[in-house]
Design a protein around this ligand. Structure first.
Ligand code: M6R
Length: 614
């Protein structure tokens, strides 16, 4: 949600900022704006809609050239997505401009106070209040960073704020609480952004900012303080991917590129985690083995696709590590009374590491003294900082809103964790863990093989572009795969799509089956004979009622052939690992179908890549 870019240096700020906003487009937005300081004057421009509208406005009326500026892509929360509510927002004097990501929960009270004090607010946003509060504070101190600290102390909720002021034309000030902001450190120039993609073309050196920190950015240096003005501790890091990873590399869409990158992403996530003796070594786990032996329950919290990875993790953890495992939607977790103790391990899965629902669940678990482990793809994001340990997935930047390679690498991460728990708790022999790890190591090739055979899936998808609804069925780990297939179709093709556990069919969903309804069925390996045979019966039941059956089964499974209108074969792999190969055709299916309908698969309507509000 909302993309933020700030720049100070020697280059034309407008170019750097607009280019940065373009790289943050994937986060999801519905308006965009910029502010540039030049010759002591503040110039702003903002437009509803896509960045192209802002670019056109800037071409028609170019602002004066300056080397300090900031830009914003807004995902509307308070107030409609129109020009007036787009950021930046300015104060009454036009000397201060502010951009913001997050929600300021006490904004109504602040707004009334400001209006009573004579301020004229011209938008419906929570953000504008901050510009006027800064105006008040600047009257007494004249110091933008100090004004920002004072204002932040009054704010409730989540925010990343960036502000500039004509009174100090070499300074950009940022602040963060519960919302992302990273610093890019260049030579004679510095950057602020919601994530490193915005400045990766200029520098790979970054600083992660902690909670309630204020950063002062000048061309020659960066100063970080807490809200009381004391020097704050920060962590510097080097980004391990470059600008080419954040570009389409010849593909029409990022999503296509990211689907194609999956074999590499899976391999990278396994890399360095298997010792020479065949034992797993998860260095970043940081929770001592003794504490892991004391764990008596695991709770996984996550949202969307990451939640589906969590559902699959449950099967692996219970089977290999012999531990009870619950999986909970992060957005629901803290609103019930989850039973947690010091011996509960809470695993939070989040590609971005910034999903507010996941962060709030983690904080709730922390208050109950649970141990916390994060699975995350973004170095420098909030989730790993708030957990005791972390397992990074090495998917590289995932730009398309729909999660693909991040999901497969999350699966690898949960398999590694389940096997690691089995290793330290002794629920599997060392050679059993090693045998499974060796099978995991074969998965990049298996995924590659799936990708090589996707043309018939694309053809099928195009032929179904006129359908209104598609159902997905699965059992065991195939059930979360069915949910994931349905989610992909909903978010990309805007179609009604539902995933069901095939065993539940007879308890209701079978009533949905009618002539010609496409139903995708994920079939477990033949080795799971009882489950396998039951789902083959389910396929017969729905086909008898007119469904058009699209069956995903392992190569050589001839038993499904008579009942499959379309058969998609995937390589044979052990049951628990099957989601790594069965999910891929569903990603390709959704992507192709949505493209056939003319949708932008990288930026589906109403969605944001990183959901930083609750
Ligand atoms: O960054 P996260 O993994 O925490 O994001 C969670 C969901 O918002 C995300 O998986 C979402 O469901 C995807 N767009 C689905 O493709």
């Amino acid at each position: 949600m909302c993309g933020i870019v700030g720049y100070v240096g020697a280059r034309p700020a407008l170019d750097v900022v607009v280019e940065g906003l373009a790289r943050l487009e994937y986060r999801g937005y519905d308006s965009a704006g910029v502010a540039v300081l030049a010759d002591g004057r503040l110039a702003t421009a903002k437009r509803a809609g896509k960045l192209v509208n802002l670019r056109n406005a800037l071409e028609e009326e170019p602002p004066p050239a300056g080397t300090l500026g900031m830009g914003h892509t807004r995902w509307a929360t308070h107030g409609a997505p129109n020009d007036r509510n787009a950021h930046p927002h300015t104060d009454c004097t036009g000397a201060v401009a502010v951009i913001h990501n997050g929600i300021i929960e006490n904004f109504a009270a602040l707004r009334s106070e400001l209006e009573e004090g004579g301020h004229k607010l011209s938008s419906d946003t929570d953000t504008e209040a901050v510009a006027h509060l800064l105006e008040n504070e600047l009257r007494s101190s004249g110091d933008l960073a100090e004004a920002m600290r004072r204002v932040c102390r009054r704010l409730e909720g989540a925010f990343t704020l960036v502000a500039v002021h004509t009174g100090d034309p070499d300074l950009v000030v940022g602040a963060r609480r519960n919302s992302p902001l990273v610093v890019g450190v260049g030579e004679g120039e510095n950057f602020l952004a919601s994530d490193v993609a915005a400045f990766i073309a200029h520098t790979r050196d970054a600083i992660e900012l902690g909670q309630d920190q204020v950063v002062e950015l000048r061309a020659g240096g960066v100063t970080v303080t807490d809200l009381d003005g004391r020097p704050a501790e920060t962590t510097a890091y080097h980004v391990d991917w470059d600008v080419s990873a954040a570009e389409k590399g010849g593909f029409d869409y990022f999503m296509l590129k990211e689907i194609a990158e999956q074999p590499r992403a899976v391999a990278d996530t396994l890399l360095g985690r298997i010792g020479a003796d065949g034992r797993l070594t998860l260095d970043e786990m940081r929770i001592p083995d003794q504490e892991l032996r004391e764990v008596d329950k695991i709770i996984i919290v996550a949202c969307g696709t990451s939640y589906h990875a969590g559902l699959i993790a449950k099967y692996a953890i219970e089977h290999w590590a012999g531990l009870p495992c619950e999986v909970e939607l992060a957005s629901e977790f803290r609103y019930r009374d989850p039973i947690l103790s010091r011996s509960t391990l809470v695993i939070a899965i989040s590609q971005s590491g910034e999903t507010m629902d996941a962060l709030m669940a983690v904080r709730h678990a922390r208050e109950q003294h649970a141990k916390l482990l994060g699975i995350c793809n973004v170095n420098g994001s909030t989730l790993p900082r708030e957990c005791d340990g972390v397992l990074y997935t090495h998917a590289g930047p995932e730009i398309a809103v729909a999660s693909t390679k991040a999901f497969l690498t999350q699966l690898v991460a949960v398999y590694l964790i389940a096997l690691y728990l089995a290793q330290v708790r002794g629920t599997k022999w060392g050679d059993e863990v090693f045998a499974m790890v060796q099978l995991l190591a074969q998965m990049p090739d298996k995924v590659d093989k799936v990708l090589e055979t996707m043309e018939p899936v694309r053809e099928l998808a195009r032929s179904l572009a006129g359908e209104r609804c598609v159902l997905f069925l699965g059992r065991h780990v195939g059930f979360p795969v069915a949910l994931e297939g349905a989610l992909k179709l909903k978010e990309l093709a805007y179609m009604h799509a539902e995933g069901f556990a095939a065993g539940e069919l007879k308890h209701g969903p079978i009533a949905l089956i009618e002539d010609g309804l496409p139903v995708v069925v994920v079939v477990p390996p033949r080795a799971r004979d009882v489950l396998h045979d039951k789902i083959v019966s389910n396929i017969q039941e729905i086909r008898a009622r007119g469904a058009r059956t699209i069956v995903i089964a392992e190569e050589g499974d001839t038993s499904v052939e008579p009942y499959a209108d379309t058969l998609i074969s995937v390589p044979a792999v052990p049951t628990l690992l099957q989601p790594l190969v069965t999910t891929v055709p569903l990603q390709v299916f959704a992507c192709e179908l949505a493209t056939a309908k003319g949708h932008d698969v990288d930026q589906p309507r109403n969605l944001a890549k990183s959901v930083t509000v609750e």
